[in-house]
Write a protein that binds this ligand. Structure first.
Ligand code: WT7
Length: 645
């Protein structure tokens, strides 16, 4: 797409905006030249118990230390709930829209306060104390939000595990952060299908003898197994508590949550976010990137199991006193109009979703979109993966009727919130570009040797200095934090993304340059899928790569070598697909499994993934140099039996 296709800031977007074309540059300059002054002022958007006197204390060298507002104290839940009272007592905080289109609920800030306080008291009754880790494995129901805020209220650290993950994935995360408490529901519902959450927890906990209590929300009423002395029904426990629960005074650098995410090696790591800096970041980015104004209805379609749900369904919007919509369902149930039907029903003003959903809906045509009135929408957002210009234009013209700006927001679990994104009233749009950095964000491009690239260039995306929403460490493994993000380029945070900067200084993210694949906006490590595969008796060796996929962005392509004596049959192929789904979860379902008698290795035994990627992309005509292969003949077999023809 041409760098010159520009959609200028509209009059509607620049009216009453938080940031205009005229002041973006000056504010940005100030934010990076004098971070102490800028963030010292900006952090006042929160209510502090003890005001901070130190703003920024960060070091990207040596042991890597990131501290913001370090002598201040506050409570995140109070900032998201209590402080909006009494003014917003009767204002809707959350709208819940069920999987079934007949189900919806409005919760005011007054109600939210009561629900959260009661939930917090139930947690205390279970024995949860400040600093304890609590695993939340829930469907998209209001109690998921109450549970997160209740943890924050009493100073417990939540670790939300996406409801689509397998029992093994739950167990790994529970053990890694030594979480003795689980909150779940009997079942979830998505697209009319029931998800057996409690049964999955029961299965997971066979590996976790440490767990003391499982708090179960009754959602569908489905039949569940029960372990006396461990399992507790929430609706029964809540009867004996009051709605009076004082909030803990937390230090700005006390942990708020852990969220597991995939990397290029090993098992998922626990990204740790703390209280003050994270909340300042979530709140400010929500307000500016969406140009949020009081009274607007805001809908982010993500799941609270991902960071997008943390920052832009729960913490950002609620810190700003917004009305945030929580959606249990999927875009295509009961039919392909669901998103737009919900927008019409609740008069949604700001709509934030992922490119994979847009591409899937684009295939189904304009009819399902046009069936519903979208005149309430004034701003569209995109997140999770690069949005291709075709999908951008369809989103803009068909969904947004060519009148709503699109904010393409680049960020990561690690960054806590939006990093590169247009501000709707200030930055002209280019389809496919995340455009310019947010306040305080200093992106740079480097080549493989770490040399800074100036002007229009392509390279690896790094961030040169800290921002308040940055992750602080990998839970329990600071060494891994240093290794993963700060060892590639000295003194710089390495994002793992490739990126191009055009002559106007606009950033165009090109995707991961490491062994992370992005399937429908969900991150997976190739190593994770490989280790699931080799755990099966029918696999002696496996190599997994991503390949371009029309709807999912990237698909999963696995090369598998069965051990001697095991036949490579269609049945084994099917079994391995089911196996990976069971080991990790449906999002890790391989699109293609190719049986390979041998993998392309160098003489020192290193698998040449470059070659496997090319074959998976069906680009085997341009394999490049294969002269270092131990056995070049394996490549011919791989090409002959490729699956993505
Ligand atoms: C990776 C982070 C951000 C919350 C959801 C995903 C990719 C994310 C964009 C975008 C191009 C994007 C990057 C990034 N990504 N947003 N707007 N344009 N790429 O969080 O699971 O931590 O994944 O998602 O590759 O590194 P995550």
């Amino acid at each position: 797409m041409s760098d010159n296709q520009v959609f200028p800031v509209t009059a509607a977007a620049s009216a009453n905006t938080h940031c205009t074309k005229d002041n973006y540059k000056a504010l940005y300059e100030q934010s990076v030249k004098d971070p102490d002054a800028f963030w010292g002022k900006e952090a006042k958007r929160l209510d502090w118990i003890t005001p901070f006197t130190i703003v920024k204390n960060t070091d990207f060298t040596g042991d890597i230390s990131v501290k913001w507002f370090e002598d201040g104290t506050l409570n995140a839940c109070v900032n998201c709930v209590d402080r909006h009272l009494p003014e917003k007592e009767n204002v809707t905080a959350l709208i819940w829209e069920g999987d079934n289109p007949d189900d919806s609920v409005h919760v005011t800030y007054g109600d939210l306060y009561e629900h959260v306080c009661r939930f917090a008291n139930v947690l205390k009754q279970q024995g949860v104390q400040k600093g304890d880790r609590v695993t939340i494995y829930m469907p998209m129901i209001l109690e998921a939000v109450y549970a997160m805020l209740a943890c924050a209220r009493i100073g417990a650290v939540h670790s939300v595990v996406f409801g689509g993950f397998s029992p093994d994935a739950v167990a790994g995360r529970v053990l890694n952060c030594e979480s003795d408490y689980i909150i779940t529901a009997d079942e979830g519902v998505r697209g009319g299908k029931h998800v057996p959450l409690k049964a999955n927890v029961d299965e997971a906990l066979k590996q976790c003898p440490n767990v003391k209590s499982v708090l179960v929300i009754q959602h569908t009423g489905g039949i569940v197994g029960w372990v006396e002395g461990r399992d507790v029904w929430y609706h029964e426990a809540v009867k004996s508590v009051t709605a009076d629960c004082p909030a803990e005074e937390m230090n700005a650098e006390d942990p708020l949550f852990i969220l597991y995410t995939s990397g290029s090696t090993g098992q998922p790591k626990g990204v740790l976010h703390t209280t003050g800096g994270y909340l300042v970041w979530a709140s400010m980015t929500h307000e500016y990137a969406f140009d949020y104004k009081d009274g607007e209805i805001y809908w982010c379609t993500a799941d609270v199991g991902w960071v997008t749900g943390h920052s832009y369904i729960v913490y950002g919007p609620l810190a700003n006193g917004a009305t945030s919509l929580v959606f249990e369902g999927i875009p295509t149930y009961p039919d392909a109009s669901r998103f737009w039907q919900v927008c019409e029903k609740h008069k949604v003003n700001i709509f934030y979703t992922a490119p994979t959903a847009i591409r899937a809906l684009m295939r189904l045509g304009e009819e399902p979109v046009k069936k519903y009135d979208r005149s309430s929408i004034r701003l569209l957002g995109s997140v999770g993966e690069p949005i291709n210009p075709e999908a951008w234009l369809w989103y803009y013209n068909v969904v947004g009727e060519a009148r709503c700006p699109i904010v393409d927001t680049w960020w990561q679990t690690e960054t806590g919130g939006i990093m590169i994104s247009p501000l709707p009233g200030a930055v002209d749009l280019k389809p496919g570009s995340a455009t310019l950095p947010f306040f305080g964000v200093q992106p740079a491009l480097v080549d493989a040797d770490g040399k800074f690239l100036e002007g229009a260039a392509s390279g690896n995306l790094v961030i040169t200095d800290s921002w308040p929403g940055q992750m602080r460490t990998v839970y329990g493994d600071h060494e891994r934090f240093k290794q993963t993000y700060f060892s590639a380029y000295k003194g710089l945070y390495f994002t793992g993304d490739g990126c191009r900067r055009d002559a106007d200084g606009y950033y165009w993210i090109t995707g991961r340059v490491d062994d992370v694949i992005n399937v429908s906006g969900h991150r997976l490590g190739t190593a994770e899928v490989e280790s699931a595969l080799v755990a099966h008796a029918g696999v002696s060796e496996a190599a997994v790569v991503g390949f371009p996929h029309d709807i999912k962005g990237q698909g999963i392509y696995a090369y598998v070598t069965p051990p001697a004596g095991v036949e490579a049959t269609e049945d084994l192929r099917k079994e391995l697909v089911t196996w990976v789904r069971k080991e990790i979860g449906p999002i890790a379902t391989p699109d293609h499994i190719q049986f390979a008698p041998g993998l392309p290795k160098t003489r020192s035994g290193k698998i040449m993934r470059r070659i496997l990627r090319k074959i998976a992309e069906n680009e085997y005509g341009s394999l490049g140099d294969t002269s270092t292969l131990a056995d070049p003949a394996v490549v011919d077999d791989l090409i002959k039996n490729r699956r993505n023809k």
